[in-house]
Design a protein around this ligand. Sequence first.
Ligand SMILES: Cc1cc2nc3c(=O)[nH]c(=O)nc-3n(C[C@H](O)[C@H](O)[C@H](O)COP(=O)(O)OP(=O)(O)OC[C@H]3O[C@@H](n4cnc5c(N)ncnc54)[C@H](O)[C@@H]3O)c2cc1C
Length: 423
Amino acid sequence: MSMLEFDIAVIGGGPAGMAAALAAASILSQQNTDPKLRAASNSQPSLRPTSRNPLNENENNKQELSSHTSSNSQSSTLNSPLSTLLSQLPPRVALIERAAELGGILNQCAHSGFGLTYFGEELTGQEYAKRFVERVEASCIEVFTDTTVLEIGDDVVLTITGRKTGLARLRAKAVVLASGCRERPIGALPVAGTRPSGVFSAGMAQKMMNLGGYNLGKKFVILGSGDVGMIVAREFRLRGKRVIGVFEKEPKCGGLERNRILCLEKFGIPLHLRSTVVSVHGAGRVGGVTVRQLDTGEERFIKCGTLVTSIGLEPERELLEDLMASAGGMPDFLFVAGNACYVHDTVDDAVAEARRAGRLAADFALGVAVAGFTHGDAAGKPAAAGGRICVACPKACVIIKTPDGFTGALCGRDDPTFSPKKK
Ligand SMILES: Cc1cc2nc3c(=O)[nH]c(=O)nc-3n(C[C@H](O)[C@H](O)[C@H](O)COP(=O)(O)OP(=O)(O)OC[C@H]3O[C@@H](n4cnc5c(N)ncnc54)[C@H](O)[C@@H]3O)c2cc1C
């Protein structure tokens, strides 16, 4: 099996993975570790900032953008022998994506509402992704699409399989896991009945409509009021379909208030709180569902051809859990970014944290001590019932809530009042 060598391996080419890879490449491109380059740069002013605060987003963003939007802009500050040597450096960041294209979940998001914070304008998910893909293409990052990471070894060797590489191994000094999240399937709920065709998770329905051009039916019931479900309900209405209602077991909407207003209220789609689907009917194709009002126990049959579920997202962390089981905790070299860490409400938040993860991973690969937390202090535990994800740093450690506060890794910050976001 061939062995590929990199400084940083980023798993997942969604917005978080791309942002982390760009941030890491920015740090590495400022750090001259090649002996020829070191000799050549002895006479040069340092390319690397003398001090960098991993928590200072604005300052770091400026540095990252200036070194990334164009490698020429950096070259112009160098004399030509050094810039020639720099351009000859092999790529040191690998970005690995199992899909055929970079972009992650954004590729199926044709609606707008992305990028207000990061780009200061409202973009569709596809436009947002395109901007990052262009930056990646203009950088020295080596992209492996159609490539899946099967395993992360505790010796920092990844097992990958892909179109370009076949089954191969890839050694890095640090790894960023940005594998996103997956939807909870209907099988996770105690719903009775047959399993006819016409039951889709919201993200899958969106992908089939927007990327595959499929017609998923005429009359829809949505189970769960997560953001994805509400956005998809609106997409059905925009295509002239009938959405009978969104049924939510909790007493309040599960998604953002913004999405409730823009996707449901504005389109006259009823939201039924304290209600759920208890059985699915139909042979071959969905013929209807039975919904129950949970306070009164009243049940009614609703005729529909398609049931779409939006019942939650789960970070995709199997690679991490396997690694933690074999390494006996959270290894120093691993950083977690984006929805793989916890499910973010907006892509801008995922990107901001991913950039931080990328910079920390690069610093770790370079052996630079990072202000803010100490590697090794952040020992994690495999996910356990009642566990939450610590988001104080991109180690994504699992912590457990106790009556006295939280136990587990808090990045060396033994702070019982610290309140991480919910998983
Ligand atoms: C329907 C929908 C609507 C949304 N609307 C908005 C909105 O209006 N505004 C907003 O700001 N945000 C919105 N979001 C949220 C935003 O899209 C996410 O926060 C963001 O995409 C998360 O990025 P990510 O990189 O963490 O995950 P993803 O985009 O899911 O990317 C993860 C990538 O990792 C890859 N991967 C996973 N495992 C492996 C492996 N083993 N090997 C190789 N590759 C792997 C996957 O193929 C995927 O491409 C929406 C999300 C959805 C689903």
